[in-house]
Design a binder for this molecule. Sequence first.
Ligand code: SF4
Length: 343
Amino acid sequence: MRDIKELSLKELEDKILSWGKPKYHAGQIFNWVYQKGAFEFSDISNLPVALRKSLADEFYILGLHLADFRKSVDGTAKFLFQLRDNNLVEAVSIPAAKRTTGCISSQAGCKFACEFCASGLKGFKRNLTCGEMLDEVLYLKNNLQDTQLTHVVFMGTGEPLDNYENLLKAVRVINSADAFNIGARRITISTCGVIPGIKKLQEEDLQVELSISLHAADDKLRSRIMPVNRKYPLGDLIKCCQEYIHKTNRQITFEYILAKGLNSDSSSAQKLAALLKGLRLAKVNLIPANPIPKLKVIAPSDPEVAAFKEYLFKAGLNVTLRRPRGQDIDAACGQLKLKYEQI
Ligand code: SF4
């Protein structure tokens, strides 16, 4: 059995033609799968019965099932999915005033081992297929209550740019008017700083948002808490960002998790301001750390966070503060999966 979501519209048209049926049925199937939320071919009522049977004999629509679900008092919901090979991945829906964002995983486990991240604790299992990433989006889209999925961020488990081809295929389907029809500017790819992936992305004809997990502004600390920095150090990363901005004229958001005793003092703020000073179209998003008891990570106090932000603002940086969401349901990357595996 194959995942039908691995097929582009053109590939599905060719398949339908090979069965001697008119290719317009492919558009109907896309519409039912991606927009009307059909999880079974038998639900696609405007297809000939014989075609529904041929489809069901060869393909499936949804390749995961829900293993756990938690909803926070702030509306954030966390979905733990079991894949067909029993690997577990997480997705989160985050409602806000006028938008609901789906945070999607791109790999089962992660090989990048960032110190503050629960996802890296159990190592890397495998890349998700395009269809599995679309499964997460599809499940969220069809199971949100009182709200619609408006934005997608690849910020869940895994490094999206380490699974480049599958990621781009999924992004194009999410963006496609025939499928999810979510605007490219509402799709964010978040990387820990994989330079070859950023260079490839700048050559794509896609207006997606790019976000870089920075979390430290000197090589010594960043190499310790984010081993990827040993391969792609800050000097090379910032040079690559300059090229990306020059080529695309698009902003890059730098995510900076503030953790007490690690990267939230005044000297860290000074280093961060100096690092990003010359970077046109850079935005810094400060995120007080979600507590992870196993990793002994805690957030600084509110006054410390405010002082850090103020320093960057006065240094001329575009800076925002994002409050962590869903703390009561372990919404930070990898935490629910970690708990589930310990049960
Ligand atoms: S922060 Fe991202 S890249 Fe780093 S270990 Fe976690 S999932 Fe992997």
